[in-house]
Design a protein around this ligand. Sequence first.
Ligand code: AMP
Length: 398
Amino acid sequence: MNKLSIDDIELKDKRVLVRVDFNVPLDENRNITDDKRITASLPTINKIIKDGGKAILMSHLGRPKGERKPEFSLEPVVKRLSELLNKEIIFSNDCIGDDTKLLINNMQPSDVILLENLRFHKEEEQNDPGFAKALSEFGDIYVNDAFGTAHRAHASTEGITKFISPCVAGYLMEKELDYLGSKLENPGRPYCAILGGVKISGKIDVIKNLLGKVDTLLIGGGMAFTFFKAQGKEIGTSILEKDKIDLAKEILKSIENSSTKLFLPIDVVTADKFSNESAFQTVTAENIPPTQMGLDIGPETVKLFSQQIIGSKTIVWNGPMGVFEFKNFANGTFSVANALKEATDNGSITIVGGGDSAAAIKEAGLEDNVSHVSTGGGASLEFLEGKLLPGVEALTSK
Ligand code: AMP
């Protein structure tokens, strides 16, 4: 990594302003239903505590759209974070202002304070320089550990870096950049990418960027049907992006002319209706009945994809192979998760992009059996598209 990291600087007695990603899911009683994002930030927070720095944590939660809305308060995080660190956490009711300043001025070394939701102020998402400057004045050092928002140029992720120095990566950010950056720039080969999900449009830039870089590209999920259509196959009532058929044809042509080998499903699990209760059957990709829709890859495809995955040294996965939210159509997605586990056991590097694939690997109970599960859906996708993330670019270079 060519950016400074938290290991490169002295933290003792310093006010360390940390952008974390505590955008956790909450149930109707405001209980945290998944604390992965909090636990993922603990190594950085613990390092600051251990070194005698003062940790000032700032985050967003949900989309309050610039208004103070109690349902988006970060207060539920305080209790959980306090339990995890076994330490009292000071909570500031606002992320800027005199009261916050006073709380920060009274901090002792190794104290931890969490500021209220940054997005209660519209200036955060507007990347307002005045707001960014006001935030920056609370710290001597800035740490970005919020990979999940690094693709957004907001006041707390990008604007702030113009007013404070040094700006360094936290451990979580470093880990994400190591896996999605360095390890994929110099991959062990064969290098295999698996793409799924419903829309080609969402993954088109990823496909373009991976062409010629990956040795094998496995495409499953709803978007396979637009490729089938582009090949002239009948797809019944399967999901189709009509306006992307020409694009799919173009991609198929570019793949043919590249060093990347493409694998599409050879069989499909189909149903009459988009429902877990619908009767289902397996058909070959050439024989999808006109009244049926494909909701998962079939067992022969599972075999084919698993062979490719297990035979690769570097594997990156983004997007489910079918409607994994329905039990009857989850087999393809969970089988890919299992193949990733096997590849990891064999010493391969396996990386799961955030979002739906991260949810699927968790549901399969295998999130600890792969090399890395990204905490950022959108950010990891933009990384795979070869884009520079503003929150990363803004950090101090080595
Ligand atoms: P995306 O947001 O593009 O990654 O798509 C994720 C969604 O794709 C998941 O919610 C899946 O249920 C859905 N999906 C995957 N395969 C299919 C399919 N064959 N038909 C309809 N939806 C699908």
